[in-house]
Design a protein around this ligand. Structure first.
Ligand SMILES: Nc1nc2c(c(=O)[nH]1)N[C@H]1C(S)=C(S)[C@@H](COP(=O)(O)OP(=O)(O)OC[C@H]3O[C@@H](n4cnc5c(=O)[nH]c(N)nc54)[C@H](O)[C@@H]3O)O[C@H]1N2
Ligand SMILES: Nc1nc2c(c(=O)[nH]1)N[C@H]1C(S)=C(S)[C@@H](COP(=O)(O)OP(=O)(O)OC[C@H]3O[C@@H](n4cnc5c(=O)[nH]c(N)nc54)[C@H](O)[C@@H]3O)O[C@H]1N2
Ligand code: SF4
Ligand SMILES: [Mo]
Length: 680
């Protein structure tokens, strides 16, 4: 540990945010005094968000869990008694062994996501433990699965351009991405691009902070982006703005795409998307005439029934205009291809006793807990808060209430999910343990060394699963290892991006940039089956998906009149920070944005308390009447906790467990609802 009095030490932001900032933490007498952005880090450039600037309030929060606990009251009541780690391990091991003896290891389900993005703590010792155990596999699809599948069908890998190069872009589409709230350093690069003459267009269903910052905002109806992309293609082809030479050399299926795009003239696309015809034509012509042009593809698009196709359709655009390979041209959806580490050595899938063990899609947790065969009898939650973040929350909570379900939750706080836990275990904050961090956007790997000692009896995920493995009697060779050893295993991968990169360099410098000696992987290497950008995809055809982009409306039956989009907010990260007063105050109260015409038709006034409901559940919010959304659309922001808040503001009681068109992704934003004023 590198703590001396009144010094600045280096750290990394652990949250599920593309920026993965490098932090400068000022320590006073071994205690965190303040947190800033590291001015030396090329991407962070000294700037961090307000959430993390105040992170010490979270680390030293009086509500932090400090010791293991066992449930003593009924499920759902948060009545616990303190127990020791030995008792906790004893009970967990006993329960795991009896679950395996009774009905098999498949009845055990890990449930985790990226509350902490550290490689060791999110996809290291935990995965190794559950593989060795033979537990059901969890398909971690809640975030970007649909879009990743759509992007991969087209381009072959989750790779885009280096975000540092976007300062060279001249025309930028920020598409379904709320950059100002969710990727602030992309905003910094684009501000620089703008100084150099770039124009920035925001295409979104909600006029939010990013729309205000952009040069132009184009509101679109939810789930219709595939039609817009096809409309742009129609105009690009009609106006001869495509780059035939590039297409000939690097793309497959252009003719089929031309035939398809003919079906999407601007007047038709206008009717589908709600965007005026002339706006579509101008957008297409400006995009087609600009170079380098850049598209930042966001998560908002892929949380729809047709989300995979939307991303796939948009991903065809830089190919049509020949932008790949030009400095500042192309797109970013995600860049995890470059930073992929040795997941085999980390996770050890070879330890699985049965490779055919079932896989449960995390978006169907409710269904899995209530109806899976064999039943899920042991749930182990860490790095996630499914009682708030998972779709169809009422089913999830009904499942968590099952008396015959044994559940363990490892977290820093008593989250809503802990309300249903049999055993609650205290987790360290990332400041308390080592880890290795990769970003899914920028190209730097960062090594983190602890800056404070573990608080109370808290343990990191790494330590928890290592010790649990040893208590289970698992092989010490595999489990009794140090963090450093595991980081070295992760780095032991033969890719050009990691070439020459060593643990020692990371330790010395804090970070190292992945080696990418050209603007992007593409077009020199396109790892699709054909080796070309697949405008036509045989792989999609084989699994019954339309092989060329095609607009398919969202699936939610039209029983309810409004489409509700329930995105994240500015001051929380998913449900993380939802228990911190400063950040809650900044978000004031959870609201739902409604178009003034709809509000007038319903007799709703700005600030009215409203009930929003459908067959799955209801939630209560205050209505915000403004022209921030198109008629027929409602938007809320923020995943609010139940306990510690007034009323019922849980938006995921309305969302569905239906899966997206590809990748088994979540469909949070394809939700139909009714709304009415609450009469007291
Ligand atoms: N402050 C903050 N930062 C975060 C997070 C957070 O919760 N808070 N979460 C982190 C995580 S896990 C993720 S995945 C990223 C997500 O960050 P983003 O990629 O920005 O994704 P979202 O905010 O989910 O949605 C982006 C935008 O898509 C819009 N949208 C919804 N449906 C549609 C549609 O059909 N078409 C179009 N064009 N737009 C649509 C929404 O209104 C929203 O403004 O942010 C990360 N960073
Ligand atoms: N309606 C709707 N639902 C959504 C979304 C949406 O936009 N709308 N967004 C979706 C998206 S994109 C995502 S990524 C998911 C995110 O869902 P989750 O990954 O569940 O994210 P968080 O709500 O941030 O919960 C993370 C939890 O991990 C805990 N944690 C942090 N560090 C550690 C650690 O080191 N160890 C352990 N054991 N725990 C730790 C935190 O305290 C927190 O309780 O939510 C999804 N849900
Ligand atoms: S949450 Fe994102 S922007 Fe904020 S400090 Fe962390 S990585 Fe940086
Ligand atoms: Mo996410």
């Amino acid at each position: 540990m590198k703590t001396t009095d009144n010094t600045i030490v280096r750290s990394v932001c652990p949250f599920d945010c593309p920026d993965t900032c490098s932090l400068h933490v000022t320590m006073e007498k071994g205690v965190i005094a303040s947190i800033d952005g590291n001015p030396d880090h090329p991407v962070t450039q000294g700037a961090i968000c307000n959430k993390v600037r105040h992170l010490k309030e979270r680390v030293y929060h009086s509500d932090r869990l400090m010791h293991p606990m066992r449930r003593v009251g009924p499920k759902g009541t948060l009545e616990f008694e303190r127990i020791s780690w030995e008792e906790a391990y004893g009970e967990i091991v006993h329960r795991l062994k009896s679950a395996i003896a009774d009905k098999g290891a498949e009845t055990i389900l890990p449930y985790s996501f990226y509350g902490n993005m550290g490689i060791l703590n999110a996809e290291g010792m935990d995965r190794r433990f559950f593989h060795r155990l033979g537990a059901s596999q969890l398909d971690r699809t809640i975030c970007n699965a649909a879009g990743s599948a759509g992007y991969k069908y087209t381009m072959g890998a989750a790779a885009g351009i280096d975000p540092e190069d976007t300062v060279h872009s001249k025309y930028v589409l920020v598409w379904g991405c709320n950059l100002v709230s969710t990727n602030m350093h992309q905003v910094m690069y684009l501000n620089e691009a703008r100084k150099r003459g770039a124009k920035i267009i925001h295409i979104d269903v909600h006029r939010n902070r990013t729309s205000v910052w952009a040069d132009e905002f184009i509101p679109i109806l939810p789930g219709t982006d595939t039609a817009l992309a096809l409309g742009i293609m129609h105009v690009l082809i009609r106006e001869k703005l495509t780059n035939e030479e590039f297409i000939e050399k690097y793309a497959k299926g252009y003719e089929e795409l031309v035939t398809q795009a003919k079906l999407y003239p601007p007047y038709r696309v206008s009717r589908i998307t709600g965007i005026p015809e002339e706006v579509i034509v101008k957008l297409a012509c400006d995009y087609g005439n600009a170079s380098p042009s850049f598209i930042r593809i966001g998560n908002g698009l892929q949380h729809h029934d047709n989300g995979g196709m939307a991303i796939r359709a948009i991903t065809c655009l830089p190919a049509l205009t020949g932008q790949w390979g030009i400095l500042g041209g192309g797109a970013i959806k995600g860049n995890s291809h470059y930073s992929a580490l040795n997941s085999f050595k980390l996770e050890r899938p070879d330890l699985m006793p049965d490779r055919n063990v079932r896989t449960i899609n995390m978006n169907r947790l409710g269904e899995a807990l209530l109806a899976a065969e064999p039943s899920v009898d042991f749930l182990f939650v860490y790095n996630s808060n499914p009682a708030v973040v998972a779709p169809d929350q009422n089913q999830v909570r009904q499942g968590l209430m099952r008396e015959d379900l044994f559940s363990v939750v490892h977290d820093l706080f008593l989250t809503d999910t802990c309300m249903y836990a049999d055993i609650v275990l205290p987790a360290t904050s990332h400041f308390e343990n080592p880890d290795l961090y990769a970003s899914y956007w920028h190209l730097y790997l960062q090594l983190h060394e602890p800056i404070i000692a573990p608080m109370g009896e808290c343990k990191s995920n790494f330590t928890l699963f290592k010790e649990l493995g040893l208590h289970m009697g698992f092989e010490p060779d595999t489990f009794d290892i140090t963090e450093e050893q595991m980081i070295r295993q992760a780095l032991d991968r033969n890719t050009p991006y990691l070439a020459g990169l060593t643990y020692e360099e990371l330790q010395r410098e804090g970070w190292a940039k992945m080696k990418l000696d050209r603007p992007s992987l593409f077009p020199d290497r396109i790892p699709t089956p054909s080796g070309k950008i697949e405008l036509y995809s045989e792989a999609m055809e084989r699994v019954g998906l339309p092989p060329v982009p095609e607009y398919v409306p969202i699936k939610e039956p039209e029983d309810y009149p409004f489409l509700l989009v329930t995105g994240p907010n500015h001051s929380f990260i998913n449900s993380t920070f939802g228990n911190q007063d400063r950040l809650k105050k900044l978000e004031k109260q959870p609201t739902v944005d409604m178009n003034a015409k709809d509000a007038a038709a319903r007799g709703l006034q700005h600030g009215d308390p409203v009930r929003i409901w459908n067959d799955r559940g209801e939630c209560r919010l205050a209505v915000k009447v403004a022209n921030n959304v198109l008629p027929g659309v409602l938007v809320t922001q923020g995943l609010w906790w139940e306990h510690g808040n007034d009323g019922v503001q849980a938006v995921n009681s309305l969302t569905s467990q239906r899966l997206s068109d590809m990748g088994g992704g979540a469909t949070f934003f394809s939700t139909r609802v009714e709304i009415e004023k609450i009469k007291y």
